[in-house]
Design a protein around this ligand. Structure first.
Ligand code: NAP
Length: 273
């Protein structure tokens, strides 16, 4: 990677995103810039004021569901070295999955897809583009007959599959079509598939340049997103602990075996489970 690196993290005013910014600020240099982005100006400004580290940190308001805003930020920056697409919308057990699906899919899936479309092309040689997904994003979390929708799919095909899934949730056919009820599962598979799609197209040039595109699983982490779903957090990591292996991956030399894959604690999780 070059000197004077620029890093961008989405959904970074709290949780794992904030910890990623803090860890990058600690481990990058004084000539590097970390952009802490989030959808709300006050929450972004407050979060920036809490970061302490070596690198410069600036806030940027970026709602990842606004594809034009995502594209405009990419056009403004022109080149980036590190992009971590991390934002996720709210999902709670005491509302139906269907009533939460649009916001959830718009942030987690359309957001990650827009980030890949806008920022992968402006990644500098040797850069890093990570999508924070989950070990729930391997293909075996879907029934077999849905695998062809995501396996070896292009980004257009992943986007079409996401919209078909969304339509099935709204017209009441999701269950009969085999989509898991917990919308986090297809969402994570689609995120990992989107990363695989973009990586497949760029693989040869990226490996030559030392550039990494991958998805990552942080493990169970005590955050706003996870708290409503689990009772026992005794095995959960803090956000600060969870991001260390992710930033290790960002700063490590490129291992071709990890290219395009889902990585947890430095190890590849096999796509087909
Ligand atoms: N926590 C875990 O155990 C765990 C496990 C596996 C994977 N993950 C993954 O890790 C990632 C981060 O999760 P987390 O646990 O840190 O979640 P979190 O604490 O709920 O934080 C989510 C962040 O996304 C932001 N956000 C929401 N909507 C947005 C939008 N439209 N545009 C931009 N930012 C938006 C939130 O901003 P506001 O504060 O404004 O809402 C917040 O900063 C997610 O992809 C999640 O699936 C988490």
């Amino acid at each position: 990677m070059t000197q004077n690196r620029t890093a961008l993290v989405t959904g970074a005013n709290q949780g794992i995103g904030f910890a990623l910014v803090q860890e990058l600020a600690n481990r990058l240099g004084p000539d590097d810039l970390v952009l802490l982005s989030g959808r709300d100006p006050q929450r972004v400004a407050e979060a920036v004021s809490r970061v302490q580290g070596t690198a410069r940190v600036e806030g940027r308001v970026l709602d990842v569901t606004d594809a034009d805003a995502v594209a405009a930020l990419a056009a403004e920056l022109e080149e980036v070295d590190i992009v971590i697409s991390n934002a996720i919308g709210p999902l709670v057990p005491d509302k139906t999955q269907a009533e939460q699906a649009d916001v959830f899919i718009d942030v987690a899936n359309l957001g990650a897809q827009s980030m890949l479309r806008a920022f992968a092309p402006i990644l500098r040689p040797g850069g890093r583009f990570l999508v924070v997904a989950s070990s729930l994003g391997t293909l075996d979390h879907l029934p077999q007959h849905l695998h062809p929708r995501f396996d070896n799919a292009t980004l257009d095909q992943v986007e079409d599959a996401v919209e078909e899934w969304r339509a099935a949730i709204h017209n009441g056919t999701a269950e009969e079509k085999g989509w898991p009820e917990w919308i986090n599962l297809p969402s994570k598979v689609a995120q990992v598939a989107a990363v695989r799609a973009v990586a497949a197209e760029r693989r040869t040039q990226d490996l030559a340049d030392g550039t990494l595109i991958a998805s990552v699983c942080p493990g169970l982490v005590d955050t706003r997103a996870s708290r409503p779903w689990f009772d026992d957090f005794s095995q959960a990591k803090s956000p600060a602990e969870a991001v260390k292996p992710i930033v290790d991956l960002v700063l490590a030399d490129l291992d071709p075996a990890r290219y395009g894959e889902l990585i947890r604690d430095g190890k590849v999780l096999p796509w087909r489970g």
